[in-house]
Design a protein around this ligand. Sequence first.
Ligand SMILES: N[C@@H](CCC(=O)N[C@@H](CS)C(=O)NCC(=O)O)C(=O)O
Length: 88
Amino acid sequence: MPNSNHLKLSLYHRNFCLFCSRVINAIKGLDIEIDGKNIWKDSDALRELEQATGRSTVPVLRIESADGEVTWMPESRDIVRYLGSLRG
Ligand SMILES: N[C@@H](CCC(=O)N[C@@H](CS)C(=O)NCC(=O)O)C(=O)O
């Protein structure tokens, strides 16, 4: 089971997004530190997301491991499942 202490997690999301709300609600019940990146309020975040994924669809979880490897995970269900598998 991966330990979230060794990861830097950022959730790319926006307002009025049901799929984003699903993830944000799931996070509330977990003891995990996640940086929120609202792509409607943060143009740098939008640019990062578009560069990485080729689109502006949210939610997307950016996972940076201790060695600097970065993974971009789309799909709210996958994100919720992944976060639930982490130890805080
Ligand atoms: N299957 C995806 C759906 C994500 C989705 O449709 N997100 C909407 C906002 S709620 C979106 O970003 N639409 C704009 C776009 O795809 O560019 C999930 O569960 O995360």
